[in-house]
Every structure is written in C-alpha cells, then in structure tokens.
Design a protein around this ligand. Structure first.
Ligand code: ATP
Ligand code: MG
Length: 432
C-alpha cells in the first residue's frame, strides 16, 4: 500500500460530503471520499457527485442521519437527502463467493448480489478500475492508493483491478464503463484490460435492459457522446447494445445515417457543455431512425398509408431495441411523435404549417428534420423555410406561404436514401 499526500484543494470538496464524513468519523467509523470524485479532483475536473465509503453498515448510517434512505437490493446503499439532492454512502464491501451470505455469482461468473461487507482494504479490490479505487479523507488530506491508481492517473490508463477477464465476467457493464472513462478522460485502455473488451462484448446480452438503458444515457449524454460512440464502434460493442444502429450504419450506402449520428452527438455534447438540457427521446429517435425509415418505406411500397407505416415501423424498431436496452415509455412516446411528424414538413400551406408549429413536439421534430437534411438525407421539405415560418409574426406568415409549393407539396420520392446536399440552419436537439 502506498500513502501519498495530495494536492486536492479542500475548497473543491463539497461541504456536505465533508460534514457527512466528519460525522461518521466522530461516531467511530472510517469514512472516505471514493471513486469518481477523487479521480476527478486529482485531474482538476469538477466531480459529478461525491460518493462516500464507510465502515458503517447501512442500518448504522440510517441511525446517524435523519434524512437517510436505504435503497437497492443487489447493492444496498444509503442516500442522505438534502431536499431533492442526496449524497450516496456505501458500506465497504468484501470479495465473496457463492457460499457467502449476501453475495451471489451466477453460472457465467456474474455478480447478482453484492452485500458482503468488509474492510477498506477489501473494498478496494472489488472496485472496477485502479483510477476509481482511490480513497481520500478530507479531514486530514490523506490519499490512499492500494492498486497503483495514481500512476495510472498520471499515465492516462484505464486498468481493471485484478484479473481482467474475471472482473469483466463478474459485471459486463464494466466493458461499457471502460469505454466511458476512456472517452471522458481521453485515457487509453491498458492492453491487458483492452484485450478482453471486444471478445467479451457478448456478455452484455445477459445484462438487464433497464441497466443498459441507464448506461447508454451515461455513455452518450455525459458530454463526450461522440468520442464514446466512436470507441463503442472501435471495440465493436455497438452490436451488443444498439444493434439496429450498428446495422443501419453498415446498410446505409449513402453515409447519411453515420453523418446524422455524428452531427447529433456533436450537437448534444455542445449543448451539455453550454449547460442546456438534452432529451433521451431525441437520442433514440436518431439511433433508430435508419431502421424506422427503412421499415416505413418498405410498408409504403406495399401500399400502406404513410402515417400508418411510420407508426408500425416505430413499433417494430422499438420492440427490437427493448430486447437490448429498455426505452421507458415516457421517452419512447416522444420518440414516436418526433418520427410521426416528419412527413408533415412537406406541407407549407398556412393552415397545416400553423398547426404543425403549435404542436407540442414541433421543436424536437423540427430539429430532427433539419438534422436529417443536414446529414444529406433526401428530405421532402425545406428546413430554412420552417426556420423562417416559425419565427415570423402571424401577419407575415401568409406571405411566406404564398410562394410555397402547392398544397400537396413536391412529388413524393420513389427511391429511399438518396443523398443530397440539402442545407439546414440548425440541427441542435432542443430541450422541451
Ligand atoms: P462518474 O464520474 O461517471 O460518476 P464514477 O467513477 O463516480 O464516475 P459511479 O458509477 O458513480 O462512477 O461509481 C462510483 C464508484 O463505484 C466507481 O468509481 C467505482 O469505484 C465503483 N463502481 C461503480 N460501478 C462499478 C462496477 N460496475 N464495478 C465495480 N466498481 C464499480
Ligand atoms: Mg460517481
């Protein structure tokens, strides 16, 4: 074990976390900041949250803090609430095998229950990466590094603690976490860890779709979505979590879908950097668009009306996707609306255009429409016209509609996925 005095500026540690740690220590328990916050503070980045690890058991934590709630079955945790915010406090865990009370591993080596409590030294070994296993005591400024995490931080390495294959099998989500941290920090995955990332991707099939949905959002909505997406492709993991997206990129001979993904993820990263909100519903609208568009056009070729075809295509694509990642209905309903409104951008008569711009999903649907155009997809409708129309005063709108194509709009296209150089003025997914 190596102990290092560090230069984490005490002012950068959240005051509430310091208070909770002090109170646990006063009650006779060990307590440290741990995980991402220590890593980020050492890298001079702003931590997303401040996680605490302690020798106190969940029940003991609850007795000390009035606003404490215990959560989780697979992994029991204490949340200490401050209004709607909370701090997460975890009891030190020990490694375990199937015979231990509270711990369970399935036939593939996957951890199903992880509630065997232990010491700090034991807790270190069940954390995922060395850079996530640093412990910091804000009361005395002490940094504990048992696994070479500081060296890996200095050298920009993502390294699993222990035997990488075993650790990935225990929890295949670590495959995605390796990619997330590599993208977020600009680090390399160290070769002995990296060697298993692609070969073990298949294990993600055994992870619950709800957990994978959460992870997809973390991967693509954390501000480094485009980098992350490229790494998911590099390690060929897209097929295990977003297979329709993966196939869409391969099947699209125009390249428009790949451009749409890039533009959208870059826009999303930029919005996050500017502190703007982003919508999972929009993200899924993009990720599944190639498939939805493809199915819809096939159905229309068979004679199904456009509205019905897009609805059926949406149902099929979402059903296929939820076998991999859940898409909660509160999001998928909006995703469907974004798709369903696309056909209405070709009508520029005053009545229909006015109805469309006042639709509650107009802004998201318009952003999506512009994104398609900007990506080089051949769209029916003119993004710039819609930009002008939505911003025009009510008395200016009839004038805009005067020169618009006839009520039925331009002729329907016959062939799908032909590229064009249509220009859009904006493709940023907007907040609701
Ligand atoms: P972020 O900045 O994204 O919050 P983080 O490192 O804090 O990064 P969390 O998901 O908040 O990530 O997890 C907190 C800590 O818990 C990690 O740093 C790591 O030590 C441990 N941890 C989280 N998930 C796992 C896992 N699947 N396997 C092992 N350890 C994990
Ligand atoms: Mg965290």
């Amino acid at each position: 074990m190596s102990k290092t005095e560090l230069e984490i500026h005490p002012d950068k540690v959240c005051g509430r976390a310091k208070d909770v740690i002090r109170r646990l220590q006063k009650a006779g328990y060990e307590a440290y900041l741990v995980g991402g916050c220590v890593r980020d503070l050492l890298l001079d980045k702003t931590p997303k949250d401040f996680d605490i690890a302690t020798s106190a058991r969940p029940e003991e934590i609850r007795r000390l803090f009035n606003s404490c709630r215990l959560i989780g079955r697979r992994f029991r945790l204490a949340h200490i609430y401050y209004g709607r915010d909370y701090l997460e406090v975890a009891t030190f865990r020990a490694p375990h095998d199937d015979n231990d009370d509270g711990g369970k591993v399935n036939d593939e080596g996957r951890i199903i229950h992880d509630n065997v409590y232990g010491t700090l030294e034991e807790d270190v070994w069940r954390r995922d990466f060395t850079i996530n296993a640093l412990f910091y005591d804000p009361s005395n400024g002490e940094l504990l590094d048992f696994v070479g995490g500081l060296d890996d931080l200095r050298n920009g390495k993502i390294r699993l603690i222990g035997d990488p294959e075993k650790r990935f099998r225990e929890d295949p989500v670590r495959l995605l976490r390796a990619i997330r941290f590599a993208a977020k920090l600009g680090f390399d995955i160290e070769p002995s860890t990296e060697a298993f990332v692609q070969p073990l991707g298949i294990l993600l099939d055994g992870v619950s779709s709800a957990r994978l949905f959460d992870e997809i959002i973390k991967l693509l909505h954390s501000g480094d979505g485009w980098n992350t997406f490229q790494l998911l492709r590099k390690y060929d993991l897209l097929k295990n979590v977003l297979p329709l997206t993966d196939e869409g990129i391969a099947d699209d001979d125009t390249g428009a879908f790949a451009r749409m993904l890039e533009l959208s993820l870059r826009n999303t990263d930029q919005r996050i950097a500017e502190g703007k909100s982003v919508m999972p519903a929009f993200l899924y609208a993009v990720l599944l668009w190639f498939e939805v568009n493809y199915i819809s056009e096939e159905l229309q070729l068979k004679g199904m009306p456009e509205n019905q075809a897009i609805q059926q295509a949406a149902t099929e694509a979402l059903q296929d996707q939820v076998d991999f990642t859940a898409v909660p209905r509160r999001y998928s309903n909006i995703t469907r609306e974004i798709w369903a409104l696309q056909g209405r951008f070709r009508f520029r008569d005053l009545r229909r255009a006015s109805v469309l711009v006042s639709h509650p999903r107009f802004r998201a649907a318009y952003d999506f429409f512009c994104l398609r155009a900007q990506s080089g997809e051949k769209v029916e409708g003119d993004c710039e016209w819609w930009t002008a129309f939505q911003h025009a005063a009510p008395d200016e709108r009839p004038e805009l509609c005067k020169d618009a194509p006839g009520k039925k709009g331009p002729p329907r296209r016959k062939k799908r996925r032909k590229s064009s150089n249509a220009k859009a003025t904006s493709a940023a997914p907007s907040a609701e």
